[in-house]
Write a protein of this length. Structure first.
Ligand code: SAM
Length: 203
């Protein structure tokens, strides 16, 4: 991913590829925010944060009080610190499915009321369901879970994620607040990639 990023930077394509457009959906959180009265009380954990393109939107749209990131890949942390210095309050390099004790303790201490993830499921190199489950577990009751799904994607992990979400809704552990198809970014061949952005509240 890092090599692709460097090549695209040289070609001047990076800005258009990394432009997220989630502001309308994120305003759902802004106006129906969890349990607290102030934006600065939002404590956000971003899963599979990569170089921080989505984190930048979270920080600037929600005016969050705290924004932390986790990614399994050390190069992702390096890229985020290089491209968006100061964006995250803390960037944990760790595997969501096997958290180190110090990461788990830091997560428990922070009590996140928003867990967000963009474009990080499927095709073998993304976050498995056990990682999404960990994100769900660290989210406070009444908090917001923001993520992407690709309905109709044949990849088994994408199918599994859709089923996992349906189960959480059916068992009344999550309540869906918003779901809509949104432009994610352009691919290197210029075609547009869209995802369903889903915003749910943990019951
Ligand atoms: C396609 S990238 C998305 C990056 C970023 N969310 C964005 O939209 O620009 C998926 C990210 O998930 C991370 N990832 C995959 N498995 C993970 C795991 N088990 N724990 C934490 N991060 C993981 C990858 O290293 C990668 O940076």
């Amino acid at each position: 991913m890092i090599c692709v990023t460097k090549t695209l930077q040289k070609q001047g394509k990076l800005a258009s590829m990394q432009r997220y457009s989630y502001i309308p959906e994120l305003y759902e959180i802004r106006y129906q925010k969890p349990e607290t009265a102030k934006q600065s009380d939002l404590r956000v954990l971003e899963l599979g944060a990569g170089s921080g393109a989505f984190g930048y939107e979270l920080r600037n749209t929600l005016s969050v009080g705290r924004l932390d990131a986790i990614d399994i890949c050390p190069e992702a942390s390096v890229a985020a610190h290089r491209d968006r210095p100061g964006l995250y309050d803390a960037y944990f390099v760790d595997d969501l499915t096997k958290l180190r004790t110090e990461t788990r303790r830091a997560f428990e201490a922070t009590q996140y009321n928003v867990v967000a993830v963009a474009s990080a499921t499927g095709w073998g190199n993304h976050i498995p369901i056990a990682g999404f489950q960990k994100g769900f577990d660290v989210l406070c009751s009444g908090g917001w879970f923001v993520f992407h799904v690709k309905p109709g994607d044949p990849d088994p992990e994408c199918i599994e994620l859709c089923a996992w979400i349906e189960d959480l809704i059916a068992s009344k552990k999550l309540r869906q607040s918003y779901r809509g198809s949104h432009f994610h970014r352009k691919s290197s061949n210029g075609s547009e990639i869209s995802y369903d952005v889903v915003i749910e509240k943990k019951v």
